[in-house]
Design a protein around this ligand. Structure first.
Ligand code: SF4
Length: 886
């Protein structure tokens, strides 16, 4: 029986656990451990819409990959044994080596209450600020830019501003794939009101393809582009002098620097690798459109000059007074569901709590509020420095909560090696196996997953929403806040951690935000401090600030021209001249950019369980320009080995003109748990922004060469298994198991041994053609399949799926099994374009070939694009390619 069974089968309003759009979700549990999921029409972030990832949430609730019991050195133990061990070892290490020998590495997947209590334990009671979070990889440069310009980490606007803008500028953001529901709002503004969309990205992404203007700005040069814009605004007299005089400072220094960096259109164009007429077009549109929103995401943040990029953009909004008013402002799109919540509670090592820092007055204030005996008095180590300190032995204990640094951090191989040096390595996790768990964790603590836990998250527009449980806790899984509380109690801090649920933690968090605030700090949700359990349960999505007397929150900040600096004026920042942080050289002549796919999330621990999400892009790829591919002997669909000074990965090559010569692009999602040799994090250098400590993940010097595997083929298995080293593969979820296309030199015997299945083995060999086929049959059904040799497409197992799913193999199925014939009922294989309705790209192509002249006609003919809309950019692209005059 599924341990989730027994949940009340009524609809629960909760929030999507993926991106920072923060869509409201309606979950209807089926009482059997599953749930039907749909968009919440009453949630202001999405008004009922979900993207392909959110729509597939119901497919990710299974327990087959879950960690369901505490483990100590590989053995299942009771909670008390595990918690006693963690608490006593943390106390011992603190006593022997001091508090800075301990570190917590947290996650934007944690709920605010989990984040708050972990931060409080570390910074107030253990006595170190060595708490950092994977948001360091995501948002830290925006935080630093906000604090430099506004005096606080304040997102000025709301999603409504995107609805109302006449010009939407996306810098380093593939919103069509990474923030799809918000992107649909942008497209509605374009289609219904004629809003213009301009995209700046070295790659032509799905977002760029739908834009009115795409500027393929050279890597790292966004700061030059916006410096040029600032100069243009001044030259054309389109600045707001009254706003600058009354509400800002440091304007002249910023302008002087901007003139040095980008004195005119031609200089800007040269620096950015753009056509001067395109630069001028952008300048004119931005300068003459009052309602302009400039959205930024990882292309800006994940840069060694990310903070300067953020400030170069804010400078232009301050110069025109376009901030704090409807339809205008700089706007950061957060990557994770609760990156903002983490920032609010001090999840970053350089922040304390409630948006306070480490000034003596702030340390004193938080210490008094917490009645904390051991307040940290200085900033802690940021992520890269934290893992370097683990490698050097300075940090001896690490507690990782809800994240996978052995995959996601730059120099991921070094990170994995460092983890092996720890005296105490604790991981709170949903899953029993991932690259971090498998890096030698001493203690595994089973944490509640989405659907099982209660708390709050904050989205990109400062909106606090409830995540509500709709499933019972499976096995011994417990909420993260409970796990931290139990360790705190065992370390002797029980009085300060006497919480009986997330409502009490939230109330304390809200009270701290208002404590001695008096409008001095932006983050004030004192109006929610009095919520009792019932009020907390019923909390509606609310934007902060919500101080006492203002419980409904505020949509927009800075409308009064008052900021949170000591002078209450906004700061213009004189940015440093933009440079590429690491130049390509003879050995590494390419620049590797990394990013996301539409239908996967982070390291795939959840989205990797969904069959339909697996079919959009089933394999990790490297994109390369055709000229480079021809020069390097790389063929489209072949294998390519990408290497840097830090590591190597073998990926499927995609030859495309969507990126410039000299550039490579690879997705971040695959790990050793889900693929072979495809951990792109191991390739990325660890250069960081000097203000934010955020690593540059977009421009690592790299080499590429063809990779040859002796044989292709595919494998199907009831569970993911570890294949022999050097076997190129990426697991896709299929009904009742997993499948992977192979590129391998391994003998079939080694692969069969890796499958580790028992039962009857049927085999077929054609030595002359190099073909071998094996099928293992147990309990009357297929248990595993291994086909080697011959031609294979992207999802070569599709023709075997009906046989794979059969509960009992018929004689006909047995006879046909090894013939290599495809199921006659399978019309189309290959990648899915529409994940919602399972429509393959081939079907959409055929629909267009058959005469569909619009996305609406495609939708009527095959349903593609008629639900979440995430695939609409790809349908438009296919139509443009097919219908273009020849
Ligand atoms: Fe979830 Fe998609 Fe909404 Fe992001 S846009 S919160 S992934 S449904």
């Amino acid at each position: 029986m599924n341990a989730h069974a027994g949940a009340t089968p009524s609809t629960v309003r909760t929030t999507c656990p993926y991106c920072g759009v923060g869509c409201g979700v309606l979950s209807r549990p089926d009482g059997l451990g599953g749930a039907e999921v749909s968009g919440d029409p009453d949630h202001p972030a999405n008004l009922g819409r979900l993207c392909s990832k959110g729509s597939a949430l119901g497919e990710t609730l299974g327990l087959e990959t879950r960690l369901l019991e505490p483990r100590l050195h590989g053995a299942n133990v009771s909670w008390s044994t595990a918690l006693d061990h963690v608490a006593s070892e943390l106390s011992r290490i603190r006593a022997e080596h001091g508090p800075d020998a301990i570190a917590f590495y947290l996650s934007g997947q944690l709920l605010t209450e989990d984040y708050y209590i972990a931060n409080k334990l570390m910074k107030g009671f253990i006595g170190s600020a060595n708490v950092d979070t994977n948001s360091r990889l995501c948002m830290a440069s925006t935080v630093a830019g906000h604090r430099r310009a506004f005096g606080a980490d304040t997102v000025p606007g709301s999603y409504e501003d995107i609805d109302e803008a006449d010009l939407i500028v996306l810098v380093g953001s593939n919103a069509a794939w990474c923030h799809p529901v918000l992107y649909q709002r942008m497209m509605r503004a374009k289609e219904t009101r004629g809003a213009q969309i301009i995209t700046m990205d070295p790659r032509l992404t799905a977002t760029g393809e739908s834009s009115d203007l795409h500027l393929p700005v050279a890597p790292g040069m966004d700061g030059a582009l916006f410096s040029g814009l600032l100069v243009h605004l001044i030259e054309t007299g389109l600045i707001d002098s009254a706003f600058i005089d009354d509400h800002t400072e440091n304007f002249n220094a910023a302008v002087t620097r901007a003139r040095q960096i980008a004195p005119d259109v031609e200089a800007t164009a040269r620096a950015c690798g753009l056509a001067p007429e395109d630069v001028l077009d952008f300048f004119r549109k931005w300068a003459t459109t009052q309602r302009v929103v400039t959205l930024t995401s990882q292309g800006v943040n994940q840069s060694a000059q990310g903070t300067d990029k953020v400030n170069a953009i804010i400078n232009c909004h301050l110069a025109t007074g376009r901030i704090g008013k409807p339809g205008m402002g700089p706007f950061s799109l957060t990557g994770q569901p609760n990156a903002m919540g983490g920032r609010e509670v001090g999840g970053l090592a350089n922040q304390l709590a409630a948006h306070m820092g480490f000034s003596p007055a702030e340390v004193d204030r938080v210490g008094r509020f917490w009645a904390a005996p051991n307040m940290a008095r200085k900033e802690g180590l940021k992520a890269i420095d934290m893992f370097d300190a683990i490698a050097s032995g300075k940090i001896k204990a690490l507690w990782v909560m809800g994240t996978n640094p052995a995959v996601s951090l730059p120099r991921a191989d070094d990170v994995r090696a460092a983890l092996g040096k720890l005296d105490l390595f604790v991981v709170s996790e949903n899953v029993a196996s991932n690259d971090t768990v498998n890096a030698g964790a001493h203690v595994l603590l089973p944490a509640a997953a989405w659907g099982e836990k209660d708390g709050t998250v904050t989205n990109s527009e400062r909106r606090i929403s409830r995540q509500r449980a709709f499933l019972d806790l499976p096995g011994e899984a417990r909420p993260d806040w409970w796990i931290v509380r139990e360790v705190a109690i065992r370390m002797g801090f029980g009085e300060a951690f006497d919480y009986d649920g997330p409502a009490g933690i939230f109330a304390e968090h809200a009270a701290l935000s208002a404590f001695e605030n008096d409008t001095a700090r932006d983050f004030d949700i004192g109006g929610m401090a009095g919520l009792d359990g019932r009020g907390y349960d019923a909390l509606e999505p609310t934007q902060w600030p919500a101080p006492v007397g203002e419980i409904n929150g505020r949509a927009r900040m800075f409308g009064d021209g008052r900021f949170f600096t000591p002078s209450r004026r906004a700061n213009f920042i004189a940015i440093e001249p933009p440079v590429l942080p690491a130049s390509p050289d003879d050995a590494h002549p390419f620049t590797l950019n990394t990013g996301r796919f539409r239908d996967q999330w982070h390291t795939m621990t959840r989205t990797g369980l969904s069959q339909r999400l697996a079919r959009h892009r089933p394999e990790p790829t490297v994109e390369i320009h055709p000229d480079d591919a021809a020069r390097m002997g790389i063929i489209d669909g072949g294998l390519a080995r990408v290497s840097t000074k830090h590591g190597a990965a073998t990926l499927r090559a995609v030859v495309t003109r969507t990126l410039a010569p000299g550039a490579l692009f690879a997705p971040i999602h695959w790990s050793d748990e889900t693929a072979g040799g495809a951990r792109v994090g191991s390739l990325v250098h660890s250069l960081v922004d000097p203000y934010s400590g955020q690593p540059d993940s977009k421009a690592t010097p790299a080499a590429i060469e063809p990779a040859v595997a002796m044989r292709g083929g595919f494998i199907m298995s009831r569970r993911r298994v570890a294949l022999p080293s050097g076997c190129i593969h990426a697991w896709s979820a299929i009904p009742g198991g997993y499948a992977a296309r192979l590129g391998t030199d391994a003998p079939s015997g080694d692969l069969l041994a890796a499958l580790g299945v028992c039962g009857d083995i049927a085999s077929y060999r054609d030595v002359a053609r190099g073909i071998e086929r094996f099928a293992t049959i147990g309990n009357g059904r297929l248990q595993s399949v291994l086909f080697l040799g011959g031609e294979v497409d992207e999802t070569p197992w599709t023709g075997l799926l009906s046989t794979w799913e059969a509960s009992t193999l018929t004689d006909a199925m047995r006879a046909a099994l090894l013939s290599g014939r495809v199921d006659a009922n399978v019309e189309a294989t290959g990648p899915l374009l529409c994940a919602c309705f399972g429509v393959p790209e081939k079907v959409v192509r055929k629909t267009i070939d058959d005469g569909a002249l619009s996305v609406e006609m495609v939708g009527r003919a095959c349903r593609a694009g008629t639900n979440c809309g995430s695939c609409l950019p790809e349908i438009r692209k296919l139509m443009a390619a097919t219908l273009a005059p020849v």
